[in-house]
Each structure stands twice: as C-alpha cells, then as structure tokens.
Design a protein around this ligand. Structure first.
Ligand code: COI
Length: 365
C-alpha cells in the first residue's frame, strides 16, 4: 500500500499560463511537497501544502556553505491524458548519491516516489499538453541549521516544486552556439562534479556570462587538469556524431550522470548506431570538423532534452556543425524520446511511471 500524504489545498487555484506562453522555470504550480529532518527524527512530517515562501534565518547553513542537493525530472501528459513520470527512480538514486557526497541525509526512495506521484497528481491540471511542453519537477534538500560552523548541518528541509515548462534554451530546438571554455574549470577528479549541488552551478556562472556577452548560449567544459578532454555543458551532457559513431565522454566522476544521456545512448543502440562512451579530446573534435567527419553535436538533459549545437568556438577558431542546422540523428532521437514520453511509442525499456492508479505504466502499443 502506498503511503498517503496529508494535503493542505490552496483555497483558490491560481490562473494557469497558456501552453504557448510557457518558458522555463518561472511559473510554479499551486502546491509543493515539504518535509524536515532532525538528528532524532530522521525525515519527518511529509506533507503537501500550498506553494509559498520558506522562512529562513540569515545564518542558515545552506546560504553560507551551499550544503544542498537537487534534482530535475519531468512529468508528461500522454495522448491518453494520463500523466507519467520519466525514469523517476534514476533521479531518486542520483539524488541520494549527490546527498551522500554533500553529507545530506538520504531520502527513502519509496517515500520520494510517493511524494512525486502524489504532488503531481494534486497539480495534474498544470501539466501542459502542447508538443515540447512538460511539467518540470525540482526536488531540493538543503541544510537548515542557523550555525556558522563549517560542518554538516543537524537539520534539513526537503521540498519538491513543480513548474510547467517549454524549451530550456531560448533557441528552442534550433542549434545553439557554444564556446569551448579553456580558462575556467567546472570540476576536477575527486571534486563534486558528478553531484547535483548548488555550488557547481554558482561556479559556472561567470564563464556562462562571458560566453553570452560574446554571443554564445553556453560554454562546453573541458577537464579541469589539462583542459584537453570534453566533459559537459553544465546544463546538459554532450554527444558527437563522428563518422558513423555516436560518442560521448565517459562517467569518470567529474560530470553529471545524465538520465537523458543514458536514455539517448540506449535509443541510439536500439536504432543500430555504434555508440561509444570514451574520452573525447577537443583536438579530435576540431580535427573531425576540419576533415568533414564531425557530422553532429548535441546536448542531452532533462531541461535541455536534446539540444542541437550548430557552432563551436575554441581558441579563436569557429566551426559550423551540420551547416548550423539540426542534424538527422538529433532529430530522430528527439522524436523517439518525445514519443515514448508522450505514450505515442511503446515503452520498451519500462521508463514511464504513471502518477495515478488506473493508468498503466508505460505508453500504448
Ligand atoms: C536539468 O536538466 O534538470 C537540470 O537540472 C539542468 C539545469 C536546468 C540546472
């Protein structure tokens, strides 16, 4: 029997934006999930309450030392109107790996999944239906002690908020211009690069701002030691089609274990493509661009879905990828992935999880 959470509903639901007005992560639904952790109780008082501000003391640990972890996953409205989560157990497992790295107490996966399902079910009317839209789900756990010692907090808050979204990048599915970052570093061996934690994102902002001033959407990070090997974009993992092979950097602990990354590799294998997870040097990519074997570049991520890259700039050299257009591999994989998420293609890998009883998990046949 699934745990039933107490729900305090808003007295008056708020007006919802139309699907064609959606951007990313600026509109939130009527409700949120909350629970608290203390040494004596563990996680306690799980509840669904109206979305609203949290009261924090200025001395709250997370504001000073960034002891917090988060996740990003999505719910989709299927062609049959059923609402399904995409691979939530992967995000839950990654959340708990991030939590371990940041000394945040883990969340019981069953409770986590029950919270996701029930919160999304309460706000089911907020799940948009237009192509390219979804309900973005943001679980967060943060250190809540008012205490300036640098040590793990003895209290935490966990919340989940929901946001109806369209594309993450203003470009939508149009190819992005990306600058390869060769001055700043995002992560190094032994660091927190594989964890979804606030500080990783704060540390990437300056490089992102400088790239945007120069006309790029984002930066592509290289390894933090010699800045030779490609890592990730920060808001997404990265993949290259070189010759007939789909290549992406391996998970060595310095980059995020993307759920979309894993799904796209699986779909590419299903399509009969050669797939390799191996170190990819920036020199190899630039050489492949010069000799014409670099066919496509695209990012993969929950927010980014599959975002094609049309231009890469590295040390003053600019390369156009697939003539600045969306390539066939990105287009095909995007189509298959969204059709599975919308229940229009069979869910062969058992990725979709229905949020309400009465709807089978997985898409239609
Ligand atoms: C996601 O893809 O869910 C992310 O968390 C990336 C970014 C929006 C921080």
């Amino acid at each position: 029997m699934e745990l039933e959470l107490p729900v305090t509903r808003v007295p008056q639901p708020r007006a919802r934006p139309r699907d064609d007005q959606l951007g990313f992560g600026q509109v939130f639904t009527d409700h949120m999930f909350l629970m608290d952790w203390a040494v004596d109780t563990g996680w306690t008082s799980p509840r669904i309450v109206p979305y609203g501000p949290l009261a924090l003391e200025p001395a709250t640990v997370t504001l000073h030392y960034a002891q917090s972890v988060f996740e990003g996953l999505k719910a989709y409205r299927g062609h049959d109107d059923a609402i399904r989560l995409f691979r939530p157990e992967r995000n839950i497992a990654r959340f708990n790996r991030s939590a371990e790295r940041l000394c945040v107490p883990p969340v019981d996966p069953e409770l986590f999944l029950a919270a996701l399902k029930q919160l999304v079910a309460v706000d089911r009317d907020w799940v948009p239906r237009a192509p390219g839209t979804s309900l973005y789900i943001r679980p967060v756990a943060f250190a809540s002690d008012p205490d300036l010692h640098v040590r793990p907090s003895r209290t935490y808050v966990f919340f989940i908020i929901l946001s109806p979204v369209a594309a993450y990048y203003a470009e939508g599915f149009n190819p992005l211009r990306i600058r390869v970052e060769d001055r700043y570093a995002r992560s190094v061996r032994g660091g927190t690069g594989a964890a979804k934690t606030a500080g990783n994102y704060a540390g990437s902002l300056l490089a992102g701002e400088e790239a945007q001033e120069a006309g790029f959407a984002q930066v592509l990070w290289l390894d933090g030691i010699n800045q030779e090997y490609i890592e990730e974009v920060g808001s997404m993992n990265i993949a290259f089609v070189i010759g007939d092979e789909l290549v992406t950097p391996p998970l060595t602990g310095t980059l995020l274990e993307g759920v979309t990354r894993d799904s796209v590799l699986q779909l590419a294998r299903d399509e009969g493509m050669q797939v390799a997870e191996r170190p990819v040097g920036i020199a190899e990519v630039m050489a492949a661009a010069r000799d014409g074997t670099l066919r496509e570049v695209f990012g993969t991520g929950t927010a980014a879905v599959i975002s094609p890259v049309g231009e890469l700039a590295y040390r003053g050299e600019r390369i156009r990828v697939h003539d600045g257009q969306v390539g066939p591999v990105a287009r095909r994989l995007y189509g298959i992935l969204s059709d599975i998420q919308r229940g229009r293609l069979p869910d062969r890998h058992g990725w979709m999880v229905a949020v309400e009883d009465g709807h089978a998990d997985g898409g239609s046949e």
